[in-house]
Design a binder for this molecule. Sequence first.
Ligand SMILES: C[S@@+](CC[C@H](N)C(=O)[O-])C[C@H]1O[C@@H](n2cnc3c(N)ncnc32)[C@H](O)[C@@H]1O
Length: 349
Amino acid sequence: MSIVPFPPPVKPKFKFIDLFCGIGGFRLVLQSLGGKCVFSSDSDAAARATYQTNFGELPYGDIRKLTNSNILDEEIDRLIPNHDLLTAGFPCQPFSRAGVSARNYLGQNHGFKDIEQGNLFFDIVRIARVKKTKFLLLENVKNFLTHDQEKTFHIVRETIEKDLGYSFNYKIVNSSSLVPQRRERFYIVCFRDKVHFEFPNFQGEPLPLRLILEENVCNKFTISDKLWEGHQKRSQRNEARGAGFTVKLANLDKPSGTLVSRYYKDGKECLIPQQGKNPRMLTPRECARLQGFPEEYLLPNSAAAAYRQFGNSVAVPVVIRIAQAILEKLDTIDISNRRITKSRIQNSS
Ligand SMILES: C[S@@+](CC[C@H](N)C(=O)[O-])C[C@H]1O[C@@H](n2cnc3c(N)ncnc32)[C@H](O)[C@@H]1O
């Protein structure tokens, strides 16, 4: 039997569900803080495979099979195990700047009107309502706050505060003081009990990209002459008209730009300069490090899948800080129908 690098905790302190779990960035954190994952789901087969390799559990597929309008609340209650915390980095493309402009260009709907991916927020809400989840930790792109003249944000806030009756806290966090990547993400933390919550402070010196670079990187990561020339020509054209795509070599003394799921296509978001050669792409292990994943985390065999999966994932050290701040509130919240005090948690660890 193969050994799983991240098995569940032996004596769990709380239970959580991992929706839109991707490759398990939230799970890594919550397990390390004593949480037991009782349900996970992701519609992408390759992400599910990476998750299974690392956590020993194959997530459920498309969550809408459990939450669509044909499914009664009683069935959801039966199918999804009881839990304390729900995490969800729900799909961001319908709300991101790039996703919105691509959809506008193609004449497609964006935001909540994107019926494939835009309204998955309401599936989360339905699960939380039926299961009476105690706290929610949600993540999306920075643009989520301003999308559609803030209408999207107001709908989300009203739904959580008024329909579900939860407290609602949010913050845009830049990860660059914890990992050498500028990654601004929108985090929402909600409590069913009225709890005063404050996000931790994420200020600090930005970390340099060189911290996570591998030595002796294989030549296959060096981009071809054709791709490099194409990047430069397109940049020159765009610079001349003062707009659009400009390829820049990474400054190794500063954090990288945001790792995105499309990075595998041409690497333009982060190209590493090399002496006497074309620049190279980041390796999958470097992408894992940029997101703060531990070295024991097993990568998928396909580099393209790794780029997509880490580009979609969360910056693990950011989630650690937020999750610790949430769990500090355990002493005031009734977990799993029994009162747990902070001192009991400390004693049991
Ligand atoms: C932004 S990523 C979340 C990544 C995750 N937080 C991590 O740490 O890897 C969103 C995920 O939602 C998944 N997804 C999209 N639609 C879905 C659906 N209907 N049901 C389940 N998962 C879905 C995508 O496959 C993708 O992995």
